[in-house]
Design a binder for this molecule. Structure first.
Ligand code: ZN
Length: 559
């Protein structure tokens, strides 16, 4: 038998084998048990977190003839046909390898034909965000009225490149990064079955660098096994991964703390010439700092200055983000570390903190002390807000957001936009409010892009800021009601997404692509199952309406 990678060999074969995605497994299991299968799913999340694996399992389980408690029997004729791998009713398409227009057309033509063997025909489209606009439009048409016997499972690592019109027609499931413990457990399981002799702490190191993905973690174990003869020890791991040893990392922190510029330059030179990965090194430094900070608070015991650690970890975090886009990593790394040493002076983290408050202050200018209060209240409120939200609800946020964007485009007008912008400044009145201070601060960074009578689209520069808005939307809408005297649904986009959606809207409007922007009722539970609220005007009349209302102004909306 040919060699199989561990990742393939130990790929979960049914729902109970899947680890790290509890909420999703529960949702899928329940819908199988209650026979409430959606006709379109969108699985999104980082690579290697189990999207394709779950898609295949779902395709099998919906078709199993003896399904028990949501788990497939593995023995019936449908299960066997699928397990053999050549079943014509399971169609997998990788959008990354082609733009998909022909394939999607083919799907569109054949979608109405009943399955040849199974109960359901299942289309799995991986990396769906890579489809071209033409393919998306063709897909959308199919998703609008999928035949009873068809299920679409779309998977993507980048949900923000998927048109909102697609998102709003799917049941979206958010695959989280897998936590360290789940990764280590999975690795330990494989180590045991394969009889691998390995120092246990290495599994934790692998989990640490694999960024929450099973594929990377298990792939790393695979590589280590091929790399080593006999027992796998820590230095094998470090050599293979260009990892800097713990002692050297501690040494690096010390020379930075001591402002020993010469040694710092020499150190960076050495690790660079040794071929170490600077991103990995920076991430490791953050982990080390975190451990040292926790040690400090647990035992008040550390060889490092606590303020130094706190400000350094913040700096390295920014550095990691920048390194991923740097054209010359070494220069960026070196200059950022040196500028930290110069700027910080290591007398505390005041410099960074002041910078932060200035950037976030309102134009009418409250005092720095007040801003400190606001910022700590923003942080508290946001973390409280975030922790109070059940993580498994995440998928609904995207769908809700997509629907609001959609509806706003349908009914936006310049008059509404001007009205909202005029009153937006009133947010600063609430900056010190104990209940709304946090969201007032949050919104003050937003740009209002479009508005209808009941929907607003706002944009931010960064993705993380956008998703934060999802969780705050209840409070945000309450506050806006106070200021605007009417209720509005708010949707959140990055600048980049705004441009994409706006252009798509204009393009569709110009080409008379009437089915793309249909109103979907936010309160209508059946949206995910593709039934339109019949009270809504026909799609054609909405398109006409949109042109009338949004019309020539759409270009001037964009600034
Ligand atoms: Zn079966």
């Amino acid at each position: 038998m040919s060699y199989q990678t561990f990742y393939r060999k130990y790929r979960p074969s049914d729902l109970d084998d899947i680890s790290g995605q509890k909420a999703i497994v529960k949702i899928i299991k329940n819908s199988l048990k209650l026979n409430r299968i959606s006709h379109a799913y969108l699985f999104y999340g980082p690579r290697g977190t189990g999207k394709t694996t779950l898609a295949r399992i779902l395709a099998k389980n919906v078709n199993c003839l003896n399904l028990e408690d949501g788990i497939a029997c593995g023995k019936c004729k449908n299960c066997l046909s699928i397990l053999n791998g050549n079943c014509p009713d399971i169609i997998e398409l990788d959008a990354a390898s082609n733009n998909g227009v022909d394939e999607i057309r083919e799907i569109k033509n054949k979608v109405s034909l009943v399955p040849t063997e199974l109960k359901y025909k299942v289309y799995v489209i991986d990396e769906v965000h890579m489809l071209s606009i033409g393919a998306f439009n063709a897909l959308l048409k199919t998703l609008e009225e999928p035949p009873e016997h068809v299920i679409f499972i779309l998977a993507t690592t980048d949900i923000h490149k998927v048109p909102i019109t697609i998102i709003s027609r799917c049941q979206c499931l958010d695959f989280h990064r897998v936590c360290e413990e789940d990764l280590v457990n999975r690795l330990s399981h494989i180590v045991k079955l394969e009889n691998i002799d390995i120092e246990p702490e290495i599994l934790r190191n692998i989990a640490n660098i694999s960024d929450g993905g099973f594929r990377d973690a298990i792939g790393m174990l695979d590589k280590l096994v091929s790399y080593t003869n006999g027992k796998i020890i820590l230095s094998d791991f470090e050599e293979l991964n260009g990892v800097v040893s713990l002692n050297k990392k501690r040494q690096f922190l010390k020379i930075i703390e001591n402002k020993d510029i010469q040694s710092v330059i020499q150190f960076i030179d050495d690790i660079y010439n040794d071929g170490k990965d600077l991103i990995l090194f920076s991430q490791d430094l953050m982990i080390l700092c975190r451990d040292l900070i926790i040690d400090y608070y647990s035992y008040e015991d550390t060889n490092y200055d606590i303020e130094f650690l706190l400000s350094f970890v913040e700096k390295v975090n920014e550095l990691v983000i920048s390194l991923k886009e740097a054209s010359n990593m070494r220069i960026l790394f070196e200059t950022r570390i040196l500028s930290f040493i110069y700027q910080n002076g290591l007398s505390g983290n005041k410099t960074l903190k002041n910078q932060f408050t200035q950037e976030n202050s309102f134009k009418n200018g409250s005092s720095v002390e007040k801003q400190d209060v606001i910022i700590s209240s923003v942080e508290n409120d946001i973390s409280r807000e975030e922790s109070s939200v059940d993580k498994s609800d995440d998928s609904e946020f995207y769908r809700r957001n997509a629907i609001i964007v959609n509806n706003c485009f349908c009914n936006a007008s310049k008059k509404n936009l001007n009205f909202i912008r005029e009153y937006w400044g009133k947010l600063s009145d609430y900056a010190l409010d104990s209940k709304y201070g946090a969201v007032a601060c949050y919104l003050s960074d937003a740009t209002v892009r479009a508005a209808s009578d009941h929907e607003i689209i706002i944009t931010f520069s960064y993705e993380s800021v956008v998703t934060r808005g999802f969780r705050l939307s209840g409070l945000i809408e309450e506050l806006l009601y106070k200021i605007l005297g009417d209720s509005y649904y708010v949707s959140f986009l990055t600048e980049k997404q705004w441009n994409i959606e706006k252009n798509r809207y204009i393009e569709n409007k110009n080409s008379g692509n009437h089915y793309v922007y249909q109103s979907l009722d936010l309160k209508d539970d059946s949206v995910g199952n593709h039934t339109m609220n019949s009270d809504f005007p026909s799609s054609e009349s909405i398109a006409d309406e949109a042109i009338k209302l949004f019309g020539e102004n759409i270009v001037s909306v964009n600034e």
